[in-house]
Design a binder for this molecule. Structure first.
Ligand SMILES: *[C@@H]1O[C@H](CO)[C@@H](O)[C@H](O)[C@H]1NC(C)=O
Ligand SMILES: *[C@@H]1O[C@H](CO)[C@@H](O)[C@H](O)[C@H]1NC(C)=O
Ligand SMILES: *[C@@H]1O[C@H](CO)[C@@H](O)[C@H](O)[C@H]1NC(C)=O
Ligand SMILES: *[C@@H]1O[C@H](CO)[C@@H](O)[C@H](O)[C@H]1NC(C)=O
Ligand SMILES: *[C@@H]1O[C@H](CO)[C@@H](O)[C@H](O)[C@H]1NC(C)=O
Ligand SMILES: *[C@@H]1O[C@H](CO)[C@@H](O)[C@H](O)[C@H]1NC(C)=O
Ligand SMILES: *[C@@H]1O[C@H](CO)[C@@H](O)[C@H](O)[C@H]1NC(C)=O
Ligand SMILES: *[C@@H]1O[C@H](CO)[C@@H](O)[C@H](O)[C@H]1NC(C)=O
Length: 479
């Protein structure tokens, strides 16, 4: 009797064990995705190495990617916890989003990108999705908001439950953004009738109240519940993001008590998005070969040196030698530069005054140097008299590289002895008793040879400088 009872108990226990094993908990965790033996990667989904980050889509347009745990799972309830990151591309609308997917099949060849999130198409798909969507599609019952939205989709992309991304913390509704580069924790729990969804930033514990709580009968969606697949999908369109799964824990037990704990210190790093495409137009400029840059610099240096040389030469050529006594005549003093211009560089072909018997420049210089007598001309020779006062105040004249100079006797008005060099010059053939304070400085170019002779041909000096001309006309009118 006792034996029979014991046998009965043994049989019952073993039957219970068998039934337990048939409903055994399925549990797995992906601390990273470096080991891909249990992973089914589809379309653009790939694992970035060495970090082991699961990238569902990069930020190229019209991408979709899916990743599933390869082994089919039989369940009446489940709990899952994952960490995702939607990384917008700078300057481009971020989109479209990612989903946690429960599907009867791994065949998604009919699924579409953009608002279908790589999970659905326009007709029925045997799948249930929890969507983290960043694009507002009102026809899919989405809600508007700058942070994106969270929804529950059954067999099609139309959300049967939707909410702004947020979480309860200490009785407060705290919003969070799906569009920041921050990683987000997501919990999805199903107890056989209710599907709950919670969200939180990385550093926050699972909220006590879910964001979404929706009654769903999985049997309506999956007539054969002995073989279901769980995983993720994501898509881009004109709106793009890098869309990642960093960590994933799953269990068929209720309540998620047997889920692996998340250690955020071990999470793989999410890479920064590639730089703005607007940087590209600048790129060719940066790629200028080094030799071109060196050549440009050399040319610039040579041009600068030439300009500096010309400047120094001109400064030297037109530099003024002024003596103390000249100061009081400053207002009526002609600069060497204006005289140089007026006489076309003291050209040997230029002459002073107008009319027939005018002295050449050379003759004047020689006379002042007391080497030769000036040619015979009258103070009333047309043009000559006018220019006499201009000439007689010449203080020094350098004619050759030997740089000899002389002090010319200054001739000024008899009535005004303004300078120490001034003297009565009425006995000079070309001396004039003129009320003038003009002085003249003649400094011939030093490179001109001493022996250079001035021709005796008679030509007219043209004096373009306005003040010089007005001075001269004033002088003649005073005559
Ligand atoms: C994005 O992924 C697709 C598919 O894997 C690939 O063809 C494309 O070159 C990638 N784009 C970038 C910018 O990496
Ligand atoms: C990936 O996770 C495994 C444990 O699941 C760990 O041993 C390994 O170091 C991780 N690899 C990286 C790159 O973090
Ligand atoms: C949508 O996908 C399902 C399979 O998931 C397929 O049977 C159906 O024909 C597709 N419909 C469209 C409009 O592509
Ligand atoms: C917080 O408030 C938003 C907007 O009112 C709402 O959509 C969301 O469901 C709330 N969050 C929670 C956790 O209830
Ligand atoms: C990202 O996370 C950090 C730390 O949790 C937080 O301080 C910051 O405000 C978050 N950024 C956004 C845009 O949500
Ligand atoms: C879902 O959330 C409700 C509270 O909104 C809770 O009563 C229920 O137990 C939760 N179910 C699961 C499976 O977490
Ligand atoms: C779910 O639906 C199936 C048939 O589709 C039905 O037999 C079952 O009772 C339903 N379960 C609940 C909890 O409503
Ligand atoms: C359910 O799926 C399993 C595994 O593919 C199969 O053996 C079984 O026959 C299916 N049941 C029905 C009712 O389709």
């Amino acid at each position: 009797m006792a034996r029979g009872q014991l046998l009965q108990i043994l049989i019952i226990t073993s039957l219970n064990l068998i039934s337990l094993s048939s409903q055994q908990e399925t549990r797995f965790v992906y601390e990273n995705f470096t080991s891909q033996e249990n992973l089914h990667l589809d379309a653009s989904a790939k694992v970035l190495l060495p970090s082991g980050l699961l990238q569902l889509t990069n930020n190229s347009d019209y991408q979709m990617g899916r990743a599933f745990h390869k082994k089919p799972i039989q369940f009446t309830s489940f709990s899952t916890h994952f960490v995702c990151a939607l990384v917008p591309k700078p300057g481009v609308e971020p989109g479209h989003g990612l989903t946690f997917l429960v599907s009867a099949s791994l065949d998604f060849s009919n699924a579409q990108a953009t608002r279908y999130l790589g999970a659905f198409n326009a007709s029925v798909t045997h799948a249930i999705a929890v969507e983290l969507d960043t694009i507002w599609n009102p026809e899919f019952n989405d809600i508007k908001g700058g942070n994106g939205h969270v929804g529950i989709d059954v067999t099609n992309p139309i959300s049967i439950a939707v909410a702004q991304p947020s979480y309860y913390s200490k009785g407060r509704n705290v919003s969070l953004s799906l569009l920041s580069r921050n990683s987000t924790q997501v919990w999805v729990d199903y107890d056989g009738s209710m599907l709950n969804v919670s969200l939180a930033p990385l550093d926050v514990k699972k909220p006590s109240l879910p964001l979404l709580s929706q009654r769903i009968n999985f049997s309506d969606v999956f007539p054969n519940r002995s073989k279901l697949f769980v995983g993720f999908s994501a898509a881009t369109g004109n709106a793009v993001s890098d869309q990642y799964i960093l960590w994933w824990s799953f269990s068929t037990s209720k309540g998620g008590s047997s889920l692996q704990r998340l250690d955020i210190s071990k999470l793989p790093q999410v890479p920064l998005p590639k730089p703005l495409p607007t940087v590209h137009p600048k790129a060719p400029h940066k790629k200028l070969p080094q030799w071109i840059i060196i050549m440009i610099v050399c040319v610039a240096v040579v041009v600068l040196a030439v300009l500096a040389g010309v400047y120094v030469h001109r400064r030297k050529k037109f530099s003024e030698v002024s003596e103390t006594w000249e100061k009081e005549f400053d207002a009526h003093r002609f600069s060497y530069k204006s005289l140089y211009k007026a006489t076309k560089g003291f050209s040997k072909d230029e002459f002073l005054g107008k009319g027939e018997s005018r002295p050449t420049m050379e003759q004047v210089v020689l006379y002042l140097n007391q080497n030769l007598p000036l040619p015979d001309f009258s103070p009333y020779t047309l043009g000559i008299g006018t220019f006499a006062p201009v000439l007689v105040d010449a203080a020094s004249l350098v004619v050759s590289s030997a740089s000899w100079s002389w002090s010319a006797p200054s001739m000024s008005s008899s009535s005004a002895n303004h300078s120490p060099y001034a003297y009565q010059a009425t006995d000079q053939p070309w001396g004039q008793t003129l009320e003038t304070k003009n002085s003249l400085h003649i400094a011939a170019e030093s490179e001109k040879p001493k022996t250079q002779s001035f021709s005796s041909a008679v030509k007219t000096v043209t004096l373009p400088e306005e003040d010089l001309e007005s001075n001269l006309s004033r002088i003649s009118s005073q005559r």
